[in-house]
Ligand binder design. Sequence first.
Ligand code: HPA
Length: 272
Amino acid sequence: MLLDNLTETVSFIRSQSQVKPKIGIILGSGLGSFVQHVQVDAQIPFHKIPHFVSTSVEGHQGNLILGTLGKHSIVILQGRLHYYEGHSMDTVVYPTRTMAMLGIETLILTNSAGGFGETMQAGDFMIIEDHINLMGINPLMGPNLKQLGPRFPDMTEAYDKKLIEFMESSFNEMNLRYHKGIYCGVTGPTYETPAEVRYLKTIGGKAVGMSTVPESIAANHLGLRVAALSCITNLAAGFSRNKLSHQEVTDTAKKVETQFIDFLKSLLSKID
Ligand code: HPA
């Protein structure tokens, strides 16, 4: 059933564009304008794609884009699905699986996150070295489809070391401060309590967000190389004087948009 749906989705997308992507990028809240820097061959709204579901989150456009940037053929999800929207985990990771079936080998995940690492400030970037899944669910629960991947996928190197090195080089070349750390994935949609953030710090996290972990797990299952970057749009609850709001998240993402775009371009230029 899932495989039949994926086959149908992929043949529809292939009917819209000749681009054969090798790299996939998922753009988080407020980071969608990267697309303006891509030679777009096809831009398809999620609702036109068979078996895709539309995203309901403000700041998430909901398009699948095929195009080229420099030497690379890429597929971009401008907007993503979140578990807190009420979707099943199968639905949340369906676009990731679609990108894998389209032929990508590398997946770049981006998100907005609340930061609580030492010296973190709103507007900073954090390279995700590893994650802690605190969503209370795993997208691979249920029968395993061995055509997608193994029953018990290894997650020792969920975030590819070479891609982490490339990201560090890009930040260094751009003279941009960055952090590296563990991303804690929670369901939301509430932001955390200060006590929860203190707990996340105790267990080794530096940032918290409501996405990325499901896609990363599904991508590792599929054997993709994964890189992930958080835009620290706010200091997490208890670390900030302000009350948290989605407005602050999208405003900060907007402010660092140019840096984010330059970073992604630089990173792509380093990938073979
Ligand atoms: N917590 C959880 N998710 C987030 C945050 C946060 O502080 N900021 C952006 N996404």
